[in-house]
Ligand binder design. Structure first.
Ligand code: WTA
Length: 636
């Protein structure tokens, strides 16, 4: 495919074309993919309902674009390099032909086990090649996959099963993470018991820990594939058929199922993969995300594999067996493009340069960053010590809802500035508005980031609740998609993402809703009410600060410390360890307005440790509580 932009002039030209004639622009790109039948119309849209359709009535299967289209040219090329958690375990190199056979075989298994086009399948697996096989087999038979990060708890998993009415779970016995081996199957058992739609659970043997297999429900992966044909004809999909659902946190309520459809997602992730990372044939690409997040979907699995790239899947953690593991893997597999999150960079930076200096890192050509704003210090460290000053950094801004990268430099083409995601990619039309929805034109402005025109891989709906999609993303500023992020456009027209302006916090690059964490905390029997805010954290970007009103001490058998520990456990159990509060403060009341709204601004200030300017507190119902909170936080 010839999708690549090679110069700044080329970028400007393509960008102009994409704005002047979006349909012509995307049709030319989409033409390079394999369709059984091409579209009747490129685009139909409005942001009011919203209704967004790309490549209308085109028929195809995304997996044919990975396999059938490419088998003549690169059947023997490595598709996936698997680097296991334990460096002593041998890596695997899986060719396109081998992956094709595994995907076809597992597609046949899914069908034999009752999965049909449109059915929802939950994937709750470790970072092993079978997770990719599971996703692609779903796509091949037309089932809708919903990958759930295997660190989520059984209740979080049950919520997702329930919400999308899934028929099947694909999972493993356990999961290796650093020195730990984690139970996975037992978590699935609990979730399945709480829900009523799961008919089959297929279990990959990974750690070998004993698990309970329930007759008629549970099936071993290795037994299910035994003797099954490796030939499978892909299901014909419409461009707008659902490809997957991925749950993500928002300001309110439970996580919502972001829906992506087949055609636009294929075109956009592939286009951005090739341009943002400047992938060249033969390069080894490594994205360190988990397939449980959108980054793993778009830039470990779909974008790279549709491009015929070699994509590395890493099962472990950056600090096992030591903090040099990422760099060891880069050298071992001669990685050319490396894509990670600022939180990982900051964590590894803290271990000092000696760890890095043991490695050559000479294969690296492009470094990527994603998931949260990258601070200047981390940017420079990454640039100087990992990229040795010669690798451009692509600071890629995007979201689960956007499907692919929207704002990012093109490596070696767009001049970079630390902490700036720089410029929109072709096809992306950002706009900044103030809180009243007025457009802030020109340069040197700061406000809310919106997008005014559709791009192919944008969210189509939130599963089962279209109104929620409308309200969340299209309801704030009529006619615009609202991202939830604050942004600054500087004097050069460069974009710098400032972070969320809603009640979403970003902890180590993981998105969490404050309401979601509060609801989990409130499940503790002694908790009356809670309020959660984010605060700046050196490594995680943001930490979780929870203010908790507990039942009066008289009835409490626990000390405050014990209570805090129990609250942490409760949150772990209800959401997962990623949502554990970093700090808990037990308070007697929360600052509320006369209408009963918690004044989070004050709580944020206290959590930040800066109470010099708390603003107007006169409208508070209970101003005295502010002094108590300050005093207890040691800030009075
Ligand atoms: C934040 C991850 C600054 C942002 C792909 C966004 C970023 C949220 C960047 C989406 C970046 C992502 N610079 N902030 N380069 N990339 N974000 O859905 O707040 O897990 O709204 O998607 O992460 O997180 P999500």
């Amino acid at each position: 495919m010839a999708l690549k932009i090679n110069s700044l002039g080329g970028y400007i030209h393509e960008y102009q074309k994409s704005v002047n004639d979006p349909e012509g622009f995307w049709a030319e790109i989409a033409d390079q993919f394999y369709w059984r039948k091409k579209w009747d119309k490129v685009l139909e849209w409005n942001f009011e309902e919203p209704n967004i359709k790309w490549f209308l009535n085109a028929k195809f299967n995304i997996t044919e674009n990975i396999f059938e289209r490419n088998l003549f040219t690169h059947a023997d090329k490595t598709a996936i390099i698997f680097e296991p958690n334990d460096p002593k375990e041998s890596p695997q190199h899986i060719t396109y032909r081998e992956l094709y056979e595994k995907v076809c075989q597992f597609s046949n298994v899914l069908k034999a086990q009752g999965i049909q086009k449109g059915d929802r399948v939950i994937i709750y697996m470790p970072m092993v090649p079978e997770a990719a096989v599971a996703m692609l087999a779903c796509a091949r038979v037309g089932a809708v996959h919903s990958v759930v990060f295997a660190g989520f708890s059984s209740s979080a998993l049950a919520d997702r099963i329930e919400d999308c009415q899934a028929k099947m779970v694909l999972t493993s016995d356990g999961n290796f993470r650093g020195a730990k081996s984690i139970d996975v199957k037992s978590v699935v058992d609990e979730a399945v018991a709480k829900t009523s739609t799961i008919e089959k659970v297929i279990v990959l043997q990974r750690t070998g820990i004993p698990v309970t297999m329930q007759e008629g429900l549970d099936l071993w992966w290795h037994e299910a594939i035994e003797g099954v044909s490796t030939e499978n004809k892909a299901e014909e999909m419409d461009s707008e058929d659902m490809l997957f659902i991925l749950y993500t946190s928002g300001s309110t309520g439970k996580p919502k199922g972001v829906v992506h459809s087949c055609g636009g997602y294929m075109v956009y992730t592939t286009y951005t993969f090739q341009n943002v990372f400047h992938y060249n044939p033969g390069d080894i690409f490594w994205c360190t995300a988990d397939v449980g997040w959108i980054t793993g979907h778009s830039y470990i699995v779909y974008g790279p594999l549709i491009s015929g790239a070699t994509t590395l899947m890493f099962e472990g953690v950056p600090t096992y067996p030591d903090a040099g593991r990422f760099w060891e893997v880069v050298d071992k597999h001669q990685v050319n493009q490396f894509y990670t999150a600022p939180t990982a960079i900051r964590a590894l930076q803290a271990f000092g340069l000696e760890v890095v200096q043991k490695y050559q890192l000479s294969s690296l050509k492009v470094l990527g960053s994603v998931g949260e704003p990258i601070n200047e210090e981390a940017w420079h460290w990454y640039h100087d010590h990992i990229g040795k000053g010669k690798c451009p950094i692509v600071d890629t801004w995007w979201q689960t809802e956007t499907g692919g990268i929207l704002i990012s430099p093109l490596p070696g083409i767009t001049p970079t500035k630390p902490s700036y995601a720089t410029l929109p990619l072709p096809g992306v039309q950002p706009l900044i508005v103030d809180n009243e929805g007025r457009e802030l034109k020109g340069n040197s402005v700061e406000g809310n980031l919106c997008i005014k025109f559709p791009w192919p891989s944008m969210i189509r709906t939130t599963y089962g609740d279209h109104e929620r999609c409308r309200n969340t993303y299209f309801g704030n500023y009529p006619g615009l998609y609202f991202t939830g992020d604050g942004v600054k456009r500087d004097e050069d027209g460069y974009y710098r993402i400032l972070g969320r302006v809603d009640d979403v916090i970003n902890v180590s690059g993981h998105r969490l809703g404050t309401a979601e964490v509060e609801n989990a905390i409130n499940e503790h029997p002694l908790v009356i009410e809670s309020a959660v805010v984010g605060y700046p954290h050196d490594i995680k970007g943001q930490g979780i600060y929870a203010y908790v009103i507990a039942e009066s001490n008289a009835n409490m058998t626990d000390t405050e410390d014990e209570l805090k520990q129990e609250i942490i456990l409760t949150v772990s159990k209800i959401i997962g360890p990623i949502a554990k509060p970093d700090k808990i403060q037990i308070v007697s009341g929360l600052p509320k307005t006369r209408s009963g709204k918690i004044m989070r601004r004050i709580l944020r200030k206290v959590a930040e440790g800066d109470v010099s300017n708390l603003g107007d507190t006169s409208t508070l119902l209970n101003p005295e509580v502010v002094d108590e909170i300050k005093a207890k936080a040691g800030l009075a």
